[in-house]
Write a protein that binds this ligand. Sequence first.
Ligand SMILES: O=C(O)CCC(=O)C(=O)O
Length: 388
Amino acid sequence: MGNTPQTHIVPMNSSPTSVLLLPTLDHLKRVDANGGGCMVFDSSHLRKQARIPSQFIWPRNDRLSAIDELEAPIIDLQGFLHGDETSTLDAAKLVASACTRHGFFQVTNHGVDTSLVREAFACLDEFFLLPLNEKLRARRKPGSMWGYAGAHTDRFSSNLPWKETLSFGFDDAGDKAVVADYMKSQLGNEFEQMGLIYQKYCEAMRKLSAAIVDLLAISMGVDPSYFRDFFDESSSIMRCNYYPSCQEPELALGTGPHTDPTSLTILQQDQVGGLEVFTDGQWKMISPVRDALVINIGDTFMALSNGMYKSCLHRAVVNSHRERRSLAFFLCPRSDKMVRPPVELCKTDRQYPNFTWAQLLQFTQQHYRADVRTLQAFTQWLGSNPIC
Ligand SMILES: O=C(O)CCC(=O)C(=O)O
């Protein structure tokens, strides 16, 4: 039998840690109501120390090494995107087999311009290489999903991820320049160009996500119009991940074990490697494939598929010699959309109750740190917080 990762069923500790990792930046020190300092993650400072702080050391079970590669198909989308029937059926079969087992697959010839991906990575480098006090101008505000965060110290006080993130929203129906405006408002006019590139990147991801949702529908024998309606006016989240190298990578994690509460994730990882998936009782690697995007099913889609397609535990490990970067686009429905499987998938008992994306988001932001049990815990929570 394989090892089971430890689940974090404890309610989320949403209070920031009182440990200040960067005592030299006194002007950044924010004293909270209890008199504690708010921690700032400065990897250039931390990397000079022999040991990593204890807040970054994960439980042994979460750190067990991956040995094998995940069996995840690499699906060429060219034929499907050009309406070729045979290619579509072949692609749909591969998708069905991957998603019923673990929910991960990779796609090539996906239509996203490689120069746009290069530009998005160049912007990521430009942003994360800024001095810390400049990045902190875009610091995530309490209760917001958007902004810059170092090691999620604003939300958690232990099992901290060894990474920095920059997150922002992207709406189908909203203001066309939402990303550029956000960058400009947080960081100044000189960041408008970066915002325009991320805006274009999000538009490309949204277009691809629509195609993949169609392919998921075909693979499940569901009328594609059901999911198209469900994701109409979607409101997605984009996250840039920057994982500095770490002097004790065997003790730390870049992203801890979690499932994505969102619907569908499109991940562009660089060539360093570090993404791992827990399946069949073991952690398995998803090594980078040049110009391929990693797709995975999130909790919302698992509920929408009545449990047929899996949202699987994954994590990102770090290493001691090289920083790693990834760009994650999380497709989410409009917040008030009811998550209810189509009739074709309700021939067996319903696995999850109806809920709105807003409710699941509230649960994972305010009450629960996402893990392998998110949907079960959410279902219990819904019992005492029913939809009005
Ligand atoms: O960077 C990666 O490979 C994974 C990132 C991830 O899981 C996340 O951002 O939720």
